[in-house]
Design a protein around this ligand. Structure first.
Ligand code: HEM
Length: 459
């Protein structure tokens, strides 16, 4: 017996490698849009790696220290240590600026690819029975990704980011009854106080990444257990070891996990890393030397959250000032309604969606969005809603720089657009697809159930 075989047998008796080999032969459908989830996954890996590098130089403290570095205008000035350490990373640490930019772009691509992945799953109906649990886990991951980006935004403690982050503080303390307690937990009390940056840093580098890693492990475990959905086949498919009938959804036809799918995933990983490296090489990020350190006595002319939180900011901007009330001595503010209740309802509606578009029978083939008039109509309406709310988040720029008017003029128009345009777009989509011969919801569920041991490979 060769040494290699001896080693294999030794490991096999302990780790049941034959079982792992069965897993490595499992089929993955060769579908390009399924790679969006992988892009999100690889962004997370790159975020962790670049974050470890940054963590070696970042100082989570607002104590004043004297600056001694390459930026002449701050030379000898006393400034918050967090701000000084990010200046140091950007201008003095070898590769520091590159890694900081890579971390920034990876965060943006992470959120963007999660959004696109979610739309892919939505429009192809991949959330239907039995995949509702993974849709719910995914919704939680989307919220956590936004939380990770938000807590990171504040860390350099520059004037722009600290002011933008203070919006989150005001929303947190606006929660009736428990607002002050939540303000203590998330921000360490007053904003900004000496406890704020250490608290946000702890959430950003440990609590939220750990929750994302746990959520991802669950997401992947459910995916492996249930297997992927697969696009409907045009005809029976001949694979290496069998013929799979066109409408047999108990087996998946695709690439074996190893080596084929692993090679595809490796290409996706390197393409993601290369894209982020190119972005980091050419596109600057948040220029903290320009904004200067946080100054509690002043407010920058323009305050803005990142693009993916702009829709929440839009709710805050559009909510009328009279929209607050007091019930039984408990004050419910407009900030709470626009910044916590409204986005909370959006996430709740997303999580509940598979139970609104309920599918009694397990469904393992993806659907064509053009065959699902009302579901696609709802999706189009939802995208329009988020877009208009995001434009409302930039109402001052729209009014001042684009239309040469005031926010008092554009706000009623934006409110009307937010309420009317989504149902209009959704309705037109529904009518167009229905007239195009789309199927009713009850016609589209193939009857089969998944074979837990199934999986045919087509290599
Ligand atoms: C950190 C964020 C996320 C990562 C890294 C991630 C990753 C993945 C990957 C790699 C897959 C398999 C390939 C694919 O279908 O694209 C997948 C499948 C899936 N994901 Fe996500 N996902 C995330 C967030 C979400 C969100 C926000 C949702 C929906 C609300 C979601 C719902 C699903 C569902 C239902 C499947 C099974 C799809 C099928 O079988 O066709 N995921 N995810």
């Amino acid at each position: 017996m060769s040494r290699a075989k001896q080693l294999y047998d030794w490991a096999d008796t302990r780790l049941d490698l034959d079982d792992a080999r069965t897993f490595l032969g499992k089929a993955f459908p060769a579908e390009d849009s399924f790679l969006l989830g992988e892009v999100a996954l690889f962004c997370f890996v790159l975020l962790v790696l670049s974050g470890i590098f940054l963590g070696m130089f970042f100082e989570p403290s607002t104590s004043a220290v004297e600056y001694d570095g390459s930026v002449q205008k701050f030379q000898g000035e006393e400034m918050p240590e967090a701000f000084v350490s990010v200046l140091h990373i950007t201008y003095d640490v070898p590769f520091g600026m590159f890694i900081r930019r890579l971390h920034h772009w990876a965060a943006h691509l992470f959120v963007a690819s999660i959004g696109l992945h979610m739309l892919r799953v939505f429009f192809t109906g991949a959330y239907r029975n039995p995949r509702e649990p993974n849709w719910i886990v995914g919704t939680g991951l989307a919220a956590l990704a936004m939380g990770a980006a938000y807590t990171g935004y504040a860390l350099p403690f520059d004037e722009f980011a600290a002011t933008a982050t203070s919006i989150g503080y005001n929303l947190t303390i606006s929660v009736p009854l428990v607002g002050d307690f939540l303000g203590q937990v998330v921000f360490g009390g007053q904003f900004p106080s000496s406890a704020t940056i250490p608290r946000l840093y702890f959430l950003h580098v440990l609590v939220i990444p750990a929750l994302i890693a746990g959520g991802l492990a669950l997401h992947m475990a459910i995916l492996i257990r249930q297997k992927h959905t697969e696009a409907p086949r045009d005809e029976d498919v001949r694979t290496a070891d069998r013929t799979v009938e066109e409408d047999d959804d108990s087996v998946i036809v695709g690439l074996p996990a190893f080596p084929n799918q692993a090679a595809v995933s490796a290409v996706v990983f390197f393409l993601t890393a290369a894209t982020l490296s190119a972005l980091a090489g050419f596109l600057p990020v948040h220029n903290i030397a320009h904004y200067g350190p946080n100054d509690p006595a002043s407010t920058p002319a323009l305050i803005m959250p990142d693009w993916f939180l702009m829709w929440v900011y839009g709710f805050l901007k559009l909510l009328p000032t009279w929209a607050s009330f007091t019930v039984a001595g408990v004050h419910v503010s407009g900030e709470f309604l626009g910044g916590i209740v409204a986005p909370g309802l959006v996430f709740l509606a997303i999580a509940a969606w598979p139970f609104i578009d309920r599918t009694p029978e397990p469904t393992h083939f993806t659907a064509d969005p053009l065959d699902r008039p009302w579901q696609t109509g709802v999706g189009v309406a939802a995208v329009a809603f988020v877009m208009i709310a995001s434009i409302a988040g930039m109402n001052n720029i729209l009014a001042d720089k684009v239309l040469g008017t005031t926010t008092g003029v554009v706000n009623p128009v934006l409110t009307a657009a937010l309420l009317l345009v989504p149902p209009l777009f959704g309705g037109i989509t529904y009518l167009l697809l229905r007239d195009d011969g789309g199927t009713a919801p009850s016609d589209e569920n193939p009857d089969g159930v998944a074979d837990p041991e199934g999986g045919a490979s087509d290599d």
